[in-house]
Design a protein around this ligand. Structure first.
Ligand SMILES: [Zn+2]
Length: 153
């Protein structure tokens, strides 16, 4: 178990196991939906994640290119869209010594929020581990970077 601190939370993570699971995910199966909404996120991905979130994900053993799920939620305004996505790590989160099953939403900036909850049901971890998995859920804005005619409503 490795200990990481982020803001007022302490993460205890089985880094080796988390990294092993991510390393074994076949990239082609992931984020591979070909719809315009998903493609737009992928093309713009490097502009979406704040550095501090990428740093945290790396420390947790999460590969941000291999989320379990990505979905286009809605158009906020012309050229700006809201997405949701899920990632997982094996471990737990403590706050003031208490274990959290769900964190408050952390607003990194007006375009990127995330929170954690204990839920391994949609993860790539083995079923026997699901009760030790935390889900990192992102809510992120992305500009529309594909051709204008393809923009979703
Ligand atoms: Zn899609």
């Amino acid at each position: 178990m490795k200990t990481i601190t982020y803001k007022n939370q302490i993460f205890e993570v089985d880094f080796d196991r988390t990294k092993e699971v991510y390393d074994n995910i076949q990239f082609s199966n992931l984020f591979s939906c070909n719809c315009h909404g998903c493609r737009n996120f992928l093309v713009n991905r490097e502009n979406i994640y704040p550095k501090e979130v990428l740093n945290l994900m790396i420390q947790l053993g999460i590969d941000y290119k291999k989320g379990s799920e990505l979905h286009h939620i809605c158009k906020i305004e012309i050229g700006k869209h809201l997405y949701g996505g899920w990632f997982h790590f094996k471990g737990r989160i403590l706050e003031n010594g208490n274990e959290l099953t769900e964190t408050e939403t952390i607003e990194v900036n007006e375009d990127f929020k995330f929170f954690f909850k204990r839920d391994g049901s949609l993860s790539f971890f083995d079923k026997e581990e699901h009760n030790q998995i935390m889900q990192l859920e992102i809510l992120a804005h992305s500009d529309w970077v594909l051709e204008k005619e393809l923009e979703l409503d």
